[in-house]
Design a protein around this ligand. Structure first.
Ligand code: IVH
Length: 683
């Protein structure tokens, strides 16, 4: 076979392979290979097509910008196509790009704007006469889906813009799901037995392509605008950086981590900094985007195929890898859930050695057909706990074993499946996917219940984390979380424990005393009642003025509350009728854990009542004092520091460290315009 024939054959093989993986990923939502392996296939194909242009076809996967649009949404023709980006996978490729562009600019020195390449989906938003009229997906670059109604539910997308905006324009940006929201959504889906999303990008794409916008509205979506598509009737700035500033001034959310770079060395610095710190970001980023700043230069460079020459995606190394799943083990969660997890052949992913990964629930394991001894795809990106994405079917040898939780926990002598920690018989209620250990006194549960009780969103007892909690149980100084309020009587015993200094014991006791005054919603949340998260705890606290009255509430009384369904009502009733829990509540009462009664809420409550704002950076139109007093006059409070209770961070020019803190706590950020609109709307 000639070299040409060989190339042609390889090209066809690669196309078939890539098409298959595209289908697995985008349609079936169950990839078999890692993103990095996929990128490699694409790269090989692209190189071969460049080398042998005679074999290029219009339906090659390299010629496709994205998935074809779905008719159900209605099709939007993009007046200006939405381009894709070329990739650089190494410093060498970045420098080669820089050289190509400098050559085309005849040696004129270009400067750059660097941005994070967020893993979400591209959307185009069209505004006419100050109003958002169309929001569309990229689709194939020329035609996308009309998902306006869904995008309207994304709170960081302005529905209208100020008078200074051009009469007709389009902006483009990335809709994404922050990591914290993604983890929470998947946890909830795992508990409800729904299929899980493979990664935040799939979750974001799945969320905006819902046929019912009410579902989209419940999903934690956000957006960063990264460019202006076109603008009619107004002159726009002549550099990308200034354009972003301009878009910010119109109320759009622009990534505060964007940077201007004067030369390619600064670009490399930016890349290296974020490659190291990317785990700290509240969203998943798979690289940076480098853009040539001057619009004049961009025009000169133009584009080739679907890719502009003036921008490039410089990818971070992979955070997925393949390894062997040695065994599926089971841990006991705080509420007694029996959680399967994967014990892996250690594998280094993105510089971190991974030995274990989450598996969520039995249904999910079955659906993905993950078996012991399978070679699996493991992903570390973003999630606190690495995830098993799925098996690599082509590596099966036949000795892989399908998983059954009951088989795993089956005790032949007793003829039943037993909790791996305390030996109680496991159960599963009808309609649920999780098995439970029913023993509330199971040491595994008790320890985690204390950890939860003391956590930041709950009673916030500094000094009690996972280690201290384990120690207190191990040393038998507590039997349940209520016992921490009696620790002061055991000061001597604590002193006898290895490495506990008197000072730290006193600090701990002081922190415990302080927590007695936490408000009722926190105490309700801290109890760790199944199905009761922070929000539901707030609702319950709004209805009942004390723990006592909540404990005495009937199921009917509970279900009569708007948003409280039968599942929550059952869970609350079951919790308070359990003897062990009753004892705990009594201990709390005797120790004087008495949350201050919530103040009466008047019917004419002010529109921003209960909302906490923090301001960072310099505001343009308002002084900080003015902004704070207007927030207060609308019923809100203005605080100087970010806490978990902060509702909004108002971000001005040159924001300080509060921004990073707000991002890490997933607190909503708004700019000055959005604040004004919020005040206006409620004037
Ligand atoms: S600019 C002409 N900037 O990456 C330039 N894209 O393959 C077009 N993306 O479709 C895109 N973050 O979905 C740009 N800061 C950023 C981005 C970004 C993520 C995505 C976007 C685009 C894809 C390119």
């Amino acid at each position: 076979m000639s070299k040409q024939d060989k190339a042609e054959e390889r090209i066809e093989k690669l196309r078939a392979k890539i098409n298959r993986h595209n289908h697995l990923y985008h349609v079936l939502d169950s990839p078999e290979i890692s993103d990095a392996a996929y990128d490699e296939l694409m790269l090989e194909l692209r190189r071969l097509e460049e080398q042998y242009p005679q074999f290029m076809t219009t339906d090659s996967p390299t010629q496709r910008v994205g998935a074809a649009p779905i008719e159900a949404f209605g099709i939007v023709e993009h007046p200006l196509p939405l381009l894709s980006l070329g990739n650089a996978f190494s410093q060498q490729e970045l420098l080669a790009w820089n050289e190509r562009t400098s050559r085309m600019l005849a040696g004129q020195q270009a400067s750059f704007v660097c941005e994070h390449k967020i893993d979400g989906l591209a959307v185009a938003l069209t505004y006419v006469d100050r109003r958002l009229v169309v929001g569309a997906t990229r689709g194939d670059g020329y035609r996308g889906e009309n998902i306006t109604q869904n995008l309207r539910t994304v709170r960081s997308i302005p529905l209208s813009v100020p008078r200074e905006a051009p009469p007709r324009f389009e902006v483009r940006g990335e809709v994404f799901m922050p990591k914290a929201g993604f983890d929470k959504l998947n946890r909830e889906r795992a508990e409800a037995g729904q299929p899980l999303f493979a990664n935040p990008r799939n979750a974001a794409a799945g969320s905006v392509r819902q046929l019912d916008p009410r579902i989209t509205a419940t999903r934690p979506l956000d957006i960063y605008i990264y460019m202006l598509g076109y603008a009619e009737g107004r002159a726009t700035p002549d550099s990308h950086w200034q354009t972003l500033e301009y878009l910010k001034s119109l109320g759009f959310k622009v990534n505060p981590h964007n940077r201007q770079c004067n030369d390619i060395l600064q670009v490399e610095d930016y890349y290296n900094t974020w490659m190291e710190k990317r785990e700290e970001l509240p969203y998943q980023a798979d690289g940076i985007v480098v853009k040539i700043d001057l619009v004049g230069f961009q025009e000169k460079l133009g584009s080739i195929g679907h890719e502009p020459r003036w921008a490039i995606a410089y990818k971070f190394p992979a955070v997925q890898g393949n390894t062997v799943l040695k065994e599926i083990k089971i841990s006991v969660g705080r509420t007694g859930t029996l959680n399967p997890y994967a014990v892996l052949e250690p594998v280094s992913i993105g510089g971190v050695t991974i030995k274990q990964a989450a598996l969520h629930n039995e249904d999910d394991i079955r659906r993905k057909d993950i078996r012991e001894e399978d070679t699996v795809i493991v992903q570390r990106a973003g999630e606190v706990i690495p995830q098993v994405i799925g098996p690599v079917i082509s590596r099966r040898t036949g000795k892989e074993k399908p998983f059954s939780l009951v088989d795993k926990l089956y005790n032949h002598k007793k003829g039943r499946a037993l909790c791996p920690i305390c030996g109680a018989e496991v159960f599963k209620s009808e309609g649920e996917v999780m098995y439970y250990c029913p023993n509330a006194a199971c040491p595994a549960q008790m320890q985690q219940r204390l950890e939860h009780f003391a956590s930041r969103g709950a009673m916030d007892i500094r000094g009690i984390g996972d280690k201290m909690s384990a120690l207190l149980f191990r040393e038998k100084v507590v039997k349940d979380f209520a016992d921490v309020y009696y620790l002061k009587e055991k000061r001597d015993k604590l002193l006898g424990i290895d490495r506990m200094a008197a000072k730290s014991i006193d600090n701990l006791i002081q922190a415990i005393e302080k927590s007695k005054q936490r408000p009722l919603p926190r105490l309700i949340y801290a109890l760790g009642i199944r199905q009761i998260g922070g929000e539901t705890a707030e609702i319950l606290a709004g209805e009942f003025d004390s723990l006592g009255s909540l404990a005495g509430a009937t199921r009917d009384k509970l279900t009569s509350i708007h948003t409280i369904g039968p599942r929550i009502a059952d869970s609350v009733a079951a919790f308070f009728s359990n003897e062990g829990n009753k004892e705990i509540i009594e201990k709390l009462r005797r120790a004087g854990v008495l949350p201050p009664a919530e103040k009466e809420t008047s019917p004419e409550e002010l529109p921003l009542s209960g909302m906490e704002f923090v301001i960072t950076g310099r505001l343009d139109g308002l002084s900080r004092q003015e902004a704070e007093s207007r927030i207060k006059s609308h019923g809100g409070t203005a605080k100087s520091d970010i806490t978990r209770n902060t509702n909004y961070l108002v971000v001005g020019a040159e924001p300080g460290s509060k921004l990073a803190r707000a991002q890490s706590l997933d607190i909503k950020q708004i700019n000055e315009q959005e604040l004004l609109r919020l005040l206006d709307k409620n004037a």
